[in-house]
Design a binder for this molecule. Sequence first.
Ligand code: ADP
Ligand code: MG
Length: 293
Amino acid sequence: MERRTKTIAIANQKGGVGKTTTVVNLAAALSARRRTVLVVDLDPQAHATLGLGLEKQQGVSLYPVLLGEKPVEDVIQPTKWNNLNVIPSEVDLAGAELEFGAREDRLEMVREALRPVRESGAFDYIILDCPPSLGIVMTSSLVASDSVLIPIQAEFLAMDGLALITGSIDRIRASVNPALELNGIVFTMVNMVAKLTQDVMEEVRAHFGDKVYETAIPRNVRVSEAPSMGTPVVFLDPRSKGAESYRAFAWEFMAKNPTRFEAPRPEPAADEGKRDNTEPPLGADSPRDATVA
Ligand SMILES: Nc1ncnc2c1ncn2[C@@H]1O[C@H](COP(=O)(O)OP(=O)(O)O)[C@@H](O)[C@H]1O
Ligand SMILES: [Mg+2]
């Protein structure tokens, strides 16, 4: 059966809002549910690459693909975990803003670079980790995507930040990618006891309605420790609050973004030496384990 790949950009022009953490843990939680996932790290800081246990390596990123020097298949790297793959980042990507700025196909360059992967149907989800700016890399990532997921912190001026990025989405929809959707908004690093947090969450929900994910990710020290171990927190400490909430979020995400996944899928072959990241079967792929206390 033909499989339809969903390409989702995780974007916010602001840095430090939890984009990369969300990319890494959403991807990990999806892979544990036997979805095949490709993370594309488009931030020259390469935090998603490192967070998934890979090292930066010159020439192994989307950069040589954008230059037409390598086929995209050559830069897809497996991780230690089943179903979880990554196109790493490297410092060279930092030059892309300037180097590619004058290219006529600059808006379509990421879409074209990823086309063979998308068309292969090898992945359920391609998840793009965008750099924190409204530059050419982020814009062309949005052009390459079916939808945009926006992680935000519930803090002062959150609505202003959202207006900036949703404005970009609208402009891209009006021009190069009419099919681009707002996938949703997810609150990260939430401190539920703060009154300001509650007020901001209420305001955003009032404005964006069901585009806001029910699951909010709490601030949790295990989440911030995981990157230095090169392991997503959902694998490092599955019972931590951070891991539980990212699993719940992934469940909600899968429900809102179905692929033609049919459980049970045959066990993937050739995973010799891989760490088993798959969760135990739950009968009908149910959300029982995906509740957050
Ligand atoms: N839920 C969380 N609890 C605690 N720390 C978090 C959480 N989410 C992210 N962090 C930390 O906050 C910092 C910024 O997160 P990151 O995902 O890198 O943001 P971005 O990609 O938007 O710049 C990182 O040090 C990360 O480990
Ligand atoms: Mg980041």
